[in-house]
Design a protein around this ligand. Structure first.
Ligand code: SAM
Length: 294
């Protein structure tokens, strides 16, 4: 039997008042109060009965209850210790849920997943605290956790940044980093009215399906991301000018220009016009020194 308790304004308010809980702005606490959105998140994450799910920031347990109903096991990691007694109450009916009072950025998730799920794939599902969205996503994608997918609520603009390609003003280092590791898909936009308290920004649910291996071949991932960061740090400069003093980039302006020409691109091009594959090719050309033929 599915036992849904929370997920609407009245029940959320009741439990908050009962525990005399005060929202902490510094933890990005905006709790979901709309069951349609909760169902869309579960649907997008394609939670199945044999899934191990990690939830970041369960709050009062609204989304957690849905996850417990659909998954085999849920690990819910919450930083605010004032929420722990609430979670113990709202999740008391579920034997497949573990609640941890920890900071997600300080947990060795890889070790925990190995231990708890014997190295099998996990899904991450969350209504993220917006103040640390990017570090959480990057930590998850860059880690060696056997990750199947990430389904998260984030600020609308951040979701769009993850999904766009070259030529858009939202396109940046985050777009390229996410698209190197995963296939992003915005599932739905979410109004501030779906949260308590209401955030000042619009939100979106995005699903990131992790690739088993990256979609492009690059000889040095670290160098490629240094090139990407340097070209977006100085967005308005040409690619060659942006890269010549970039952190960790040891190539001269002349070598960089030759590599850009070898790629068939004009020297006036900016980093924001390059697709992920072109950044990979540029990296490979620099490493192989193939621009020397010019
Ligand atoms: N999942 C709940 C919901 O949808 O109603 C709450 C989502 S709220 C946007 C974000 C949650 O993340 C809060 O409960 C907050 O306390 C928690 N949080 C913030 N920073 C965290 C961190 N570093 N580690 C773990 N949880 C964190």
């Amino acid at each position: 039997m599915i036992k849904m308790v929370l997920g609407n304004p009245k029940k959320t308010m009741n439990i908050i008042q009962k525990h005399n809980f005060s929202f902490q702005k510094r933890y990005g606490q905006n709790f979901l109060i709309d069951s349609n959105i909760l169902e869309k998140i579960i649907g997008a994450a394609e939670i199945k009965k044999d899934d191990f799910v990690i939830e970041i920031g369960p709050g009062i347990g609204t989304l957690t209850q849905y996850l417990c109903n659909y998954a085999k096991e849920v690990l819910a990691i919450e930083i605010d210790r004032e929420l722990i007694p609430i979670l113990e109450e709202t999740l008391s009916q579920y034997s497949n849920c573990t609640i941890w009072n920890k900071d997600i950025l300080k947990v060795d998730l890889q070790r925990e997943v190995e231990e708890k799920n014997k190295g099998s794939q996990v899904k991450v599902v969350a209504n993220l605290p917006y103040y640390i969205t990017t570090p959480i996503i990057m930590e998850l994608l860059e880690s060696n956790i056997p990750l199947e997918s990430i389904t998260i609520m984030v600020q609308k603009e951040v979701a769009e940044r993850m999904q766009v390609g070259p030529g858009s003003k939202e396109y940046g280092a985050l777009s390229l980093a996410v698209q190197y590791y995963a296939k992003p898909q915005i599932i739905t936009y979410v109004s501030p009215f779906c949260f308590m308290p209401r955030p000042k920004v619009g939100s979106a649910v995005i699903h990131l399906k992790k690739y088993s291996k990256p979609p492009i071949k690059v000889e040095d991932e670290k160098l490629m991301f240094q090139l990407i960061k340097a070209s977006f740090n100085q967005r308005r400069k040409t690619l060659a000018n942006g890269l010549k003093n970039g952190q960790g980039i040891k190539y001269s302006k002349e070598e960089i220009e030759k590599a850009i020409l070898a790629l068939g691109l004009p020297l006036t091009i900016r980093g924001e016009n390059l697709a992920l594959e072109q950044f990979a090719q540029l990296t490979n050309l620099l490493i192989q020194g193939q621009y020397n033929c010019f």
